[in-house]
Design a protein around this ligand. Structure first.
Ligand code: ADP
Length: 621
């Protein structure tokens, strides 16, 4: 087991003390010189008195030094008094009798005191400035050598027992764990493979949506194999200065090789590993250099060093083919979104240390959270604890869980947002329109909840949830989704007239258009353009996309637009037929919404029990 590198000692305090010591020393020396310099204990007397006494013959000697006078009275051995004179006039001009019996000596002013003072004025700021700069430099070095060690990788080293993750800490993800067991074995027993002439794989690509546990799995591989784990994110290689990325890659690989066997984990590899483009614009030189350096390092592993690079991405399709070549990231592990039973297991992991009461039903929550990643589920668990804590409860209840789930899925309720009655009625009919169309059409998911309380930026929400996880979506299902998405806008038209439509349907229409385009372009589900896809590769950089030809003709582009428009029209027609045939049910649901604001699944079923599916809205019999 590798040891964490020792932390550099805290230099800042020592250095401060040292600087202070030097400043005090210099000040002390200057003060000593000033104290030791000769000075006399003379009484100050007014100049007029000195002149008067000199004229009277009471003064033996006057020493003039600049403007300073030292006075020796008659009968005294040395000067006992001092005085000052005006700089512009001599003593005679001040009234001293030129015939007075006094010994007058005139000399230049002493410079000793001034020199000392001037010296202090120069030295002290120099010492202070030097100390300040030294302090700043040390400070900069102290922060992980950032100023001087720019080209060093910022990889974090894990591998100590307390941060260790094992496979058993990861719920679900069985297929990925099985794939990675092999990597653990390579790291634990490299000899076994080398003896048979097998090359240990160098790179494994972990492909999966964000939050599906790729980082956790990589750390678990290190934990299981008991080897150090160097983690860095692809974006950390790319800095403002050219060459820094490549230098960081060299440093990272050097560190890992020194600690071999070891794991390097590069998160978001697509930040540096995107397909190398046309070179137009010259903007991605730095990225390419970094990528090249990664390839060079991976090729250069000598036999005997067991360093395995795990890299995570959610966009494997945009990676440079050179990265995926044999000998580099030639192994790939797909990490899928968790299925229902895995979601329950993940929820259990995250609720293990949280006190819950008997009402909590994790299985039901798992059923409702199709499409959520592990990180989403961890987030729901955390939100539930926050909700419970805010109501000052000691345990988490199922109600907290539902609130947390809805908050994460569609944003928090905005009860404080006041709607006027007109908007409220419109929202009620809009949501009732979605719910009624969805409820009646045979291939739509059931309504889970309808509310006219604003949530996460919308006026209201109608929520459909699949009763179970599905893998595929049929044309019929897509068409029902389109119709129910348009149900809101059509309900507005029926109630307010053709021009009574509002911005309330903005996001519905965007979503419907996206689905319709996806059906035609990606899924080959157009009426005429069936079984043909028109996928545009938009993984490259902007310049590459501009230079790439669209893979279909202008006529086909027109055809695609016509197909999308036809799908939307058909959906609007079906929604209108359903709503017009069931006006009493629509009104009943809208009124109930105005009254209660939120209606759950059972309530919706009860209110819409008389609604029927007209023959004209059917796609099949
Ligand atoms: P990724 O690297 O794929 O974006 P992470 O590994 O950082 O995802 O996972 C984020 C968080 O989600 C983890 O810290 C963990 O709390 C939670 N999580 C994800 N998958 C699982 C799982 N299978 N079991 C338990 N927790 C999980």
């Amino acid at each position: 087991m590798a040891k964490r590198p020792p932390m550099p000692p805290k230099k800042t305090n020592n250095f401060l003390r040292l600087s202070l010591f030097w400043v005090l020393l210099v000040l002390g020396v200057l003060a000593t010189i000033a104290i030791l310099s000769p000075h006399e204990n003379l009484t100050t007397v007014p100049l007029s008195s000195v002149i008067e006494r000199a004229n009277n013959g009471e003064i033996a000697k006057i020493e003039v030094q600049g403007n300073e006078l030292k006075v020796t009275p008659e009968g005294s051995e040395e000067a006992t008094e001092k005085s000052t004179k005006d700089a512009s006039s001599s003593l005679q001009e001040q009234g001293l009798n030129p015939d007075a019996d006094v010994e007058l000596t005139i000399s230049e002013p002493s410079a000793t005191g001034d020199v000392l003072w001037n010296l202090a004025i120069i030295i002290i700021p120099v010492v202070l400035i030097a100390a300040f700069f030294l302090f700043m430099m040390r400070q900069a070095q102290g922060q992980n050598n950032q100023a001087l060690g720019f080209g060093k990788s910022k990889a974090k080293l894990y591998g100590e027992d307390k941060t260790k993750v094992l496979f058993e800490d990861i719920a679900g993800n069985e297929a990925a764990k099985q794939d990675l067991e092999e990597v653990v074995d390579f790291l634990k027993h490299p000899k076994k493979y080398e003896n048979l002439g097998a090359k240990i794989p160098k790179g494994v690509l972990l492909v999966g949506n964000p939050g599906t546990g790729k980082t956790m799995l990589a750390r678990a591989v290190a934990g299981e194999a008991n080897v150090p784990f160097f983690s860095i994110s692809g974006s950390e290689f790319v800095e403002m200065f050219v060459g820094v990325g490549a230098s960081r890659v060299r440093d990272l690989f050097a560190k890992a090789k020194k600690n071999s066997p070891a794991i390097i984990f590069i998160d978001e590899i697509d930040a540096v590993g995107r397909r190398r483009g046309s070179g137009m614009g010259g903007g991605h030189d730095e990225r390419e250099q970094t990528l090249n350096q990664i390839l060079v390092e991976m090729d250069g592993f000598e036999t005997g060093t067991t360093v395995i690079v795990l890299a995570a991405t959610n966009r494997a399709d945009v990676l440079d083919p050179a990265l995926l070549r044999p000998g580099r990231f030639d192994r790939r592990t797909n990490i899928t979104l968790p299925e229902r039973k895995d979601r329950e297991a993940i929820l259990k992991v995250h609720f293990k240390k949280k006190p819950v009461d008997d009402t909590v039903n994790l299985d039901k929550l798992a059923a409702k959270t199709a499409g959520s990643s592990g990180a989403d589920l961890a987030n729901i668990a955390n939100e539930a604890a926050i909700v419970a804590a805010r109501r000052n409860s000691k345990k988490i209840s199922n109600k907290d869980l539902t609130e947390a789930f809805e908050k994460v899925a569609i944003g928090p309720e905005r009860k404080s947002k006041v709607m006027n009655q007109k908007d409220k009625e419109l929202t009620a009919y809009h949501e009732a329109g979605h719910a009624l169309v969805g409820h009646v059409l045979p291939d739509s998911d059931p309504v889970h909840k309808v509310t006219i309380i604003p949530r996460g930026g919308t006026g209201g929400v109608t929520w459909f949830l699949p009763p179970e996880d599905t893998i595929y979506t049929s044309v019929y299902e897509f068409k029902d989704i389109l119709a129910r998405a348009l149900g809101g806008r059509i309900a507005e038209k029926i109630v307010n007239g053709e021009d009574g439509i509002t911005t309330g349907a903005g996001s519905d229409l965007r979503k419907a258009t996206e689905i319709a385009r996806d059906m035609v372009i990606e899924q080959g589900m157009g009426a005429k353009l069936r079984d043909q896809v028109f996928h545009e590769d938009n993984g490259g950089m902007v310049f590459d996309r501009m230079t790439h030809e669209r893979p279909y003709s202008d006529d086909t582009a027109k055809e695609i637009d016509a197909e999308v428009a036809a799908l939307i029209k058909e959906a609007a027609r079906r929604a209108e037929i359903v709503l017009k045939a069931n006006m009493p049910s629509l009104k009943k649901l809208a009124d109930a919404l105005l009254e209660e604001e939120t209606i759950e699944e059972d309530g919706v079923v009860e209110l819409l029990k008389d609604a029927t599916l007209p023959k004209e809205a059917k796609l099949y019999s």
